[in-house]
Design a protein around this ligand. Structure first.
Ligand code: FUC
Length: 841
């Protein structure tokens, strides 16, 4: 049956208010501020956050950054010696030697709740709708009662630094409510003056000052200040403007800046002076500048049922509703990153920016043995590079703390951070035996920074921002690699594959991460032409480094240097596959990739939310689009809440971000020097298009496909230089032209095309297989092509034999025989098999 397509408005909507924060309330945010909207009719609840409100750190009792409180000069060497001797050591034995109780780590705190109590609220409103528009980044609540329509709109403005709400009605004088706040904290005071409610306090735990101000502005009616609330009566409409801040500053060692009062006051004053429409227009212009860059069409249409029912009815099949949920989930990942990671705030934590408690799961911190990194996998690929500014600043600010830990615990150069960290440079250890020791984390966090350079080609960024941090992470390992007595190779010891098994030397992930940081740093130093001595040191270390890639007894990619893998192990971490994703050591189509597939298959399709999300990326990198899609469907079926938040369980945002990244990897990859278009397209998305994705090398890519085959690829390079594009479509008949319709001279090898691209130009590779024949019957192939688009009606040659005999002529005309020069067409390449000749542009 053909489903009528309607424009896809990308709204999560519901037909009832939320009663649960975690699973139902809808998130808005501007990076620093976040809020969850419930949409209650009689009492609206808006829980809100400011991302730096944290207990712990300096000022908190016993805070030690996780550094050993007294020196343990031989502790690491003793563990290494025992592992050298016995091959392994239990996590509890290592934790007893190297760990210590966590002290003053702290936790991310809720700021509180804003309530709008509505007097005489209708008991049975009609037409209730609560929604979050991903296109506009606006949450809305609407209903009717007694012939009057009531509506509320909320957004978090990045340019304004405020959360804005407007309450209106279709009839004059119908807006009445009392605005008040609540909070689990006792270390605060509330005051009200001139319609402005101020909550101010000092965290008892660490002395951090915090303040929030909420200004109520009315049109018509009256506004009355209470001692801790503001009441609006009989207004035509009313607006509130909320800002919040703390005296946190991301600067070692004090982590304190100015009192937040002035900044919060200024933001609320400035917003109060503007109309709601002006505030919304500025917000949307800012948001859409980022969000609108990418559009995905996998054949979805606007769902006719609420998002919770859409999710419950989801089968993982190919119905338009299933695709609508998938497309929405993709867009939601981008929405959530924009909402929780903007330039001037901390990066997105385990819960983005949203947290309703004083003791959130895992402190809603920054876990760095997968989670923080996963939060940013989508950033470059889905054209949201600006969101990584917060990440970079955070990692950079961690370096001095990490240098101290490297010096004091390891006696080494460079910097280090372990399993998880906070906003106060917690770079040392605690003693949770299976998740406390992970010094590889620092190196892993720098991968995103190098990738930002690889995507943007921004050499100044590489020199000034990324390289110093990468170099420090590499130096740490230059000083800390250990000679493995088993084979003389350089290994990490003690080494622990997250978060299972025994400690050993040279677990695969440890080695792969060290390989990654050394390789990246060397590439960067060469590119920048700096640090010759460092380059030699890295080159020497790489020559002796155990690369952490081994195929084991059952064909698996070993997780440890010894073949300990159990085929029945379905642990959520699949750390040995780092080299496949997010690393770039394993390339598809190699024996190592086959081994990765064996391991991944054994791990199964279950796992926590983020684990499933990672598996989407793994399968995409293994070029198995159907299995990647299967993992996406597993995530949507069993790890997604009604508000489409990922659940570990409980709610953890990394799975949202990792899944969006995985979907992007299905459509476009660029881990080496080739842009791989539609590398893992699943059968469930036979026809569609995506625009605005980014490839490494500073290229923006659009692609459309039909019946599983690429139709048109458009590439917009930002830099002049060689470009290489691979697509199954290139194995068929195609034409390459620039934006003026000029043919581009490109050379083909198999399914890969290369040419010298010029910055600012637009190159299009158009599939010509499905194009109608209009050339005269006796025309030569390639003859009579019109100079510009729309192209191109190239007729398949009638006399195949003639062209086979005359390959020179064919090559002259950019036509090559099907089996040369790049070898026979691939098995998946239907157009190539059906066409006698291919055009190479
Ligand atoms: C890692 C994972 C856990 C959880 C935690 C926040 O340690 O192993 O599953 O996601 O981070």
């Amino acid at each position: 049956m053909t489903v009528t397509q309607t424009p896809d408005d990308l709204s999560l909507w519901y037909d009832r208010p939320a009663t649960d924060w975690e699973t139902q309330a809808l998130p808005i945010g501007n990076g620093a501020l976040g809020a969850k909207v419930f949409g209650g009719v009689a009492s609206e609840q808006i829980q809100f956050n400011e991302k730096s409100l944290w207990t712990g750190g300096p000022g908190s009792r016993g805070y030690d950054s996780g550094n050993w409180t007294s020196p343990r000069p031989d502790a690491i060497a003793e563990v290494q010696a025992q592992i050298d001797r016995d091959g392994k050591m239990s996590p509890s034995a290592v934790a007893a030697k190297l760990g210590q109780p966590k002290s003053g780590f702290g936790a991310y705190q809720t700021f509180g709740d804003l309530w709008l109590d509505v007097p005489d609220a209708p008991a049975n409103p009609t037409g209730y709708r609560r929604e979050l528009s991903l296109r506009e980044a606006v949450a809305r609540v609407g209903y009717s009662a007694g012939g009057v329509t009531y509506s509320r709109e909320y957004f978090a403005s990045h340019p304004g630094g405020v959360i804005v709400g407007r309450i209106s009605a279709g009839q004059a004088g119908k807006v009445s409510f009392t605005l008040r706040t609540s909070s689990p904290r006792s270390d605060k005071q509330v005051s009200v003056a001139d319609g402005r409610l101020t909550v101010r306090g000092t965290l008892a735990d660490n002395g951090m000052r915090f303040e929030s101000q909420i200004q109520v502005v009315t049109q018509g009616g009256s506004r009355t200040d209470g001692t801790d609330r503001v009441t609006v009566t009989g207004a035509d409409s009313a607006m509130f403007l909320l800002s919040a801040g703390t005296d946190y500053a991301g600067a070692y060692p004090a982590y304190r800046g100015p009192d937040p009062h002035a900044a919060v006051t200024a933001a609320v004053d400035a917003a109060s002076a503007q109309s709601f429409e002006a505030l919304r227009a500025a917000h949307q212009a800012d948001y859409r500048k980022l969000f609108d860059r990418v559009k995905l069409d996998i054949g979805q249409r606007t769902p006719q049922i609420p998002a919770d029912r859409l999710r419950a009815a989801y089968t993982g099949g190919a119905s338009a509703d299933d695709r609508a949920l998938e497309a929405m989930y993709f867009a939601y990942g981008r929405y959530l990153l924009i909402a929780s990671s903007r330039e001037e705030s901390l990066p997105a934590n385990l819960q983005g920016v949203w947290n309703n408690s004083t003791g959130p799961p895992w402190s809603a911190d920054y876990h760095v043995n997968i989670n923080l990194q996963m939060n940013y996998w989508l950033a470059e690929q889905t054209n949201l590079a600006e969101t990584t500014v917060a990440y970079d600043r955070y990692i950079k600010a961690m370096v001095p703390a990490g240098e101290k830990t490297a010096r004091e615990m390891f006696g080494s150069r460079g910097w280090v951070v372990h399993n998880e960290t906070n906003p106060f440079g917690f770079t040392g250890v605690h003693n949770w035996a299976t998740a406390f020791w992970f010094p590889e984390a620092a190196a892993w966090t720098t991968q995103q920074m190098y990738d930002h350079y690889r995507f943007s080609g921004d050499t100044a960024y590489l020199r000034d921002t990324a390289y110093p941090v990468m170099k420090g992470a590499a130096e740490f390992w230059l000083d800390n690699l250990h000679v493995d007595p088993r084979d003389g190779k350089l290994v990490v010891s003690p080494s622990y594959s997250p978060e299972q098994g025994d400690f050993s030397a040279g677990a695969s992930m440890s080695q792969q991460i060290v390989f990654d940081v050394l390789t990246n740093s060397l590439e960067a130093a060469r590119k920048l032409d700096v640090d010759a001595a460092f380059q030699s040191e890295v080159t020497a270390a790489l020559a002796k480094l155990d690369r952490g890639i081994r195929v084991g007894s059952w064909g698996q990619l070993q997780e440890w240097k010894s073949d300990w893998d159990d085929p029945g192990n379905t642990h959520r971490h699949a750390s040995q596959l780092f080299a496949l994703h997010p690393g770039r050591q394993i390339t598809s189509g190699t024996p190592e990739a086959e081994a990765a597939k064996v391991s991944l298959t054994a791990r199964g399709d279950g796992g926590t939310g983020w684990s499933k999300a990672w598996k989407i990326n793994f399968w995409a990198r293994l070029l198995d689009g159907d299995h990647a899609h299967k993992m996406l469907s597993e995530q949507l079926k069993s790890s997604t809440l009604d508000n489409l938040w990922d659940t570990h369980p409980p709610f953890q945002i990394d799975g949202n971000f990792g899944a969006t990244s995985g979907m992007a990897e299905m459509l476009l990859q660029s881990r080496h020097d080739t842009i791989d278009v539609l590398p893992a397209l699943p059968a469930a998305w036979p026809t569609g298009s995506v625009s605005g994705l980014r490839a490494r090398g500073d290229v923006t890519v659009d692609v459309s496909w039909k019946d599983g085959s690429g139709e048109k690829i458009t590439l917009r390079p930002g830099k002049t230089g060689p470009i290489k594009v691979r697509s199954a479509m290139i194995g068929g008949r195609y034409r390459v032209h620039d934006e003026q319709g000029n043919e581009v001279s490109a050379s083909r090898s198999g399914e890969t095309l290369s040419w010298n691209a010029r910055a600012g130009k637009t190159y299009t590779i158009a599939n010509e297989v499905s194009v109608k024949v209009t050339a005269p019957a006796d025309a030569e192939p390639g003859a009579g092509l019109p100079p510009g688009p729309p192209p191109l009606t190239l007729r398949p040659p009638r006399n195949r034999t003639r062209f086979r005999k005359s390959s020179d002529q064919a090559l002259d005309q950019n036509l090559v025989p099907p089996d040369g020069p790049g070898g026979p067409p691939s098995a998946t390449d239907v157009p190539a098999r059906s066409m006698p000749y291919r055009r190479t542009g």
